[in-house]
Design a protein around this ligand. Structure first.
Ligand SMILES: [Cu+2]
Length: 124
């Protein structure tokens, strides 16, 4: 009986410690949710059948410019239909401005083997 009481006390103090840890980390300076990498203008190269970098982050109202560095056409096509570059010819660019926050996963509609890539849009 006494052993059980001590066990419960240890358990309770552990729970308090956990909650204390949570509230402490909650006060860390992460209130805006804006990653440092977020900008109003990001660039993605399409090179060797790969979007590079595979993920860019822009602020709402910001834009992404894709540049086709390959010798064949590519597209930047949102899987949810929010944007579609159509064919981007070699050494040509496509620019899209994002007005709504969210994560946009896109691919090249010509080459299904190309890895998907993402644009993350965060509120400014
Ligand atoms: Cu392609």
């Amino acid at each position: 009986m006494k052993a059980k009481l001590i066990y419960n006390l240890i358990l309770a103090s552990g729970v308090i410690f956990l909650f204390g840890g949570c509230s402490k980390s909650g006060s860390a300076p992460m209130t805006t949710g804006k990653p440092n990498s977020a900008t109003y203008a990001a660039s993605v190269n399409i090179s060797n059948f790969t979007f590079s970098p595979a993920s860019v982050t822009v602020l709402t109202g910001g834009s992404v410019t894709w540049t086709n560095k390959d010798a064949v056409d590519h597209t930047a096509t949102d899987l949810s239909g929010n944007f579609d570059s159509g064919h981007i010819n070699p050494s040509q660019t496509f620019k899209f401005t994002f007005t709504k926050a969210g994560t946009y996963t896109y691919h090249c509609s010509i080459h299904s083997m190309m890895p998907n890539a993402t644009v993350v849009v965060v509120n400014n």
